[in-house]
Ligand binder design. Sequence first.
Ligand code: GLN
Length: 331
Amino acid sequence: MNHPDSPDDRLPPVASFQAYLEQLHQKYQPLNHGKVADYIPELAKASPDWFGICVATTDGRIFEVGDSDRIFTIQSISKVFVQGLALEDHGRSFLLSKVGVEPTGDAFNAIVLDEQSKRPYNPMVNAGAIATTSHIKGDSHTDRLNRMLDMFRRYIGHDVAVDISTFVSERTTGSRNRAMAYLMNNFGMIDFRVEEALDLYFQQCSLMVNCRDLAVMAATLANYGVNPLTGDRAVAACYIRDLLSVMYTCGMYNFAGEWAYTIGLPAKSGVSGGIIVVVPNQMGIAVFSPPLDARGNSVRGGKVCEAISADFGLHLFDSSLGCRTFLEKLQ
Ligand code: GLN
């Protein structure tokens, strides 16, 4: 029987994937919905026209189009990777005692903790990310920052740095994050000096990346923690399932349910306009386009991810297409 939603059998040929991405870029460049974030003043300088797409496969191929080299700050996409470092430092049960793994229907910057446990809901919302960051091990703030930068370097495959203007911009306007941090400190969810935890969090959000870097980072997650370009391990393989399941359920904030339902892949967005998507075993997808929807997710980014997932049958639970993997088709 033919159902109205049965998947189309005619998937585009993956051999011309570069041409496919170029078409996608052309199709969505004119889309002018959404608004560039301005609550962090430095982010307001971004052009609404910037638009880059990059796909990195787990066998080391890169496909890129548009502004894939333009540098921007990683923002909330950093939260996934810092969660990995915190898990390596403390293990699952400690981290779970400080930060939950429940999706929340609230916005990413909501000032809300679980009523009973007093934990922030998950490591992808600001409260949970600040708490997670506060547990990174190290002898001093500099040591903790350097451990973080070193971790990001392994995912990206080259040296990384923090954008000082964005860091200062966030730090001087971050009253909301500061309020959350002090509230969590009151309940024992933050371990060391609150101001230092906040600075470290603002620094991780101000890490400079481009779309290509993000795609390689996502491909490293897809490759169970090994950077497919350098062969370096960025995170212990045993924690990939933690990161991907939290991305899947919480990565797109109060749109996470609909994202999981329609696109069906773990993803994470940031307010500077980046989105990463992980296709386990196969590839990392990154899109950069600053205009955001009301939930703080890139508008063009959402469209591109939805198209790639649908066109190549990548929804994790799409049984009818499960055997037709992307890499098998790529010549
Ligand atoms: N640095 C931003 C903040 O703390 C990150 C938010 C985001 O990217 N969603 O508000």
